[in-house]
Ligand binder design. Sequence first.
Ligand SMILES: [Zn+2]
Length: 338
Amino acid sequence: MKGTVLHGPGDIRFEDVPEPKIEADTDVVIRIAATCVCGSDLWPYRGLQSAKGPSRMGHEYCGFVEDVGSAVTSIKRGQFVVGSFATSDNTCPTCGIGYQSSCRQREFVSRAQSPYLRVSNADGTLVATRERPDASMIPGLLATSDVFGTGWYAADAAKVKPGATAVVVGDGAVGLLAVLSARQMGAERIIVMSRTPARQALARQFGATDIVVERGAEGIARILEMTGGLGADSVLECVGTGESMHQAMAVTRKGGHMSFVGVPHGVEIDGQALFNAHIHLEGGPAPVRRYLPDLIDLVLEQTVDPSPVFDLVLPLDRVAEGYKAMDERRAIKTLLMP
Ligand SMILES: [Zn+2]
C-alpha cells in the first residue's frame, strides 16, 4: 500500500510502505475511513522538530476493523471504531484515574495517514459505535480522535462552569473546538484571541462571544479590561508557545483555572511569575480516551458538530497539498479521504 512519509522539511510523499499486520495478539488492523493533518504535524514539517530519517505520519483516525488479534475481546471485525493518538490499556493505575494518554503501555500512533493502520492495546484504546455510521457523520467522528478530544480536555482541565467567563488562546483547530467545548459546558462569555477573519467567524459559529485581535501585553491588557481587571475564570491555552503560555497565565484570575494543551515549543516558565499567578494549572497530552464515548454520542446525536474545522477535503494521495495549505494558513485543518 501507499502511506504518508515525511522525508525532510516540507517534503511529504505518498509512497510505498509495508502493509500493517497484527504484531501482538492485542492489536487490531483497521481500514481508515478518514484521517487528517494535525497542527502538531506541522512542527516536523517545518523542520522545527528533529527527525531521524523518513517518518511515517498521522495520528488521527477512525475506520472499520479488518483484522483482530487473538487476545482482543471487545473489538470485533467489521465494527466502526475511533481511537486516540495515544494507545492505552485502560486498566493500569494511570488509566484508572482517567489519564490514558500517559498509560504505562502507551504507544503513540504515527502511521494513520494511510489506508490501513495497526492499533496496539486495541481493547483499551478503541471505542466502537453501536452501528456503522452514515458517511456524513465520519468527519465529526474523526474529530473526536484528537482535535475535538483535545479541545474538550482544554475546557475540562480549565474547569469551565455554567455562567463562567472563558478565554481561549489560539485559533487553530484545537482552539476553535475548545470554544465549542466551553460553550457545551455552559460558559456564558467566551473570549477568543484570533487575528484571522475566517477563524474568527468559525469561533463565533462555535459559540465565541468576543474576539481579541491584540497580542502580547496589549492582548493581556484588553482581556483584563474586559473582565473588570480580574481576568477570566477559565483560560484555555491551545498553542504551545512561550508567548501564548505567558498570555494565558496573565489573564487567568487569582484562584482561576488555566489549561494548556498545545505541544510546547520553546516554553519557559518563570518561577516567580508562576508563584504570583496564584492559579490552578492542568495540561499535557489530552486523555482523549476518557472522553471518547461521550464525544462520539454528542456527535452521533448531532448535539454538536465539530466537523466545520475541516475546511479542506482532499483524497489521501494528495496529502502533500494538505500539509502545504495548513503550513501557509490557507486551511485550518485538512481532512483526508482514502
Ligand atoms: Zn493504562
